[in-house]
Write a protein that binds this ligand. Structure first.
Ligand code: DX5
Ligand code: ZN
Length: 225
């Protein structure tokens, strides 16, 4: 995975057909997805439960781009090797998930994956100031995590603050939650390069009629400029 700061659209499969993930991943990649965003939820760190390592491993053979795994779980460390074995390219842990984010990021890289850290809307940018050299990605949540289809919470100031803290380090800024053609310009302008979008990509399409996926991806990319 070479470093590229151009805009990347990462559809979140949380908005896809849960009975058809493999076909949905193939369809949305064929329609122009740059990364595939996989939302792992444990029903403890967030009030929702999705899937774990076996599902991610089963999806690996369908993902031809980048498997971007977002862990909304606590604790994290005990599961890192399982996601490495599952084939995750990027593994993102929440800074709020435990007291040892420095060690968690070291362990993610140690397991051979790119390391991401996610910040909930109420968490300050300063919370990652001392782990920037252990990060390949910072995920700025623009919704309170747990569900797709929520309203966007403007985090432009935090994104710009992170952009300036990062300097010329090769760290992606990912935006997650409520991204659509209306909000994409705001976050791109503030310095984000990976735009996660679930409902805004999967709306109106299906595995049998994937064309809307491509239209939605192109519209978000165009709006991001
Ligand atoms: C929320 C997840 C997001 C969500 C995005 O907890 O982390 O990735 O699926 O869905 P939309 O784009 O519909 O807000
Ligand atoms: Zn996510």
């Amino acid at each position: 995975m070479s470093f590229d700061r151009s805009i990347k659209i990462a559809p979140s499969i949380l908005a896809a057909d849960f009975a058809n993930f493999g076909a949905e991943v193939q369809a949305v990649e064929a329609q122009g997805a740059d990364w595939i965003h996989i939302d792992v939820m444990d029903g403890h760190f967030v009030p929702n439960l999705t899937f774990g390592p076996p599902m991610v491993k089963a999806l690996r053979r369908h993902v031809k781009t980048v498997m971007d795994v977002h862990l909304m779980i606590a604790p994290v460390d005990a599961y890192i090797d399982a996601y490495a074995d599952a084939g995750a390219d990027v593994l993102t842990a929440h800074v709020e998930a435990g007291p040892h984010i420095h060690r968690t990021l070291q362990a993610i890289r140690g397991a051979g994956m790119k390391a991401g850290v996610a910040l909930n809307p109420g968490t300050p940018a300063a919370s990652v100031a001392h782990v920037l050299d252990l990060c390949d990605l910072i995920c700025v949540m623009t919704v309170n995590p747990g569900f797709g289809g929520q309203s966007f919470i403007d985090m432009s100031a935090k994104i710009a603050e992170l952009r300036s803290m990062i300097g010329d380090r090769e760290i992606h800024i990912e935006i997650d939650g409520g991204v659509d053609v209306g909000t994409a310009p705001l976050v791109a302008q503030a310095g984000a390069d990976v735009l996660v979008a679930g409902s805004a990509v999967f709306r109106g399409g299906s595995v049998d009629d994937p064309a809307p996926y491509g239209e939605n991806i192109r519209a978000i990319r165009a709006a991001a400029g």
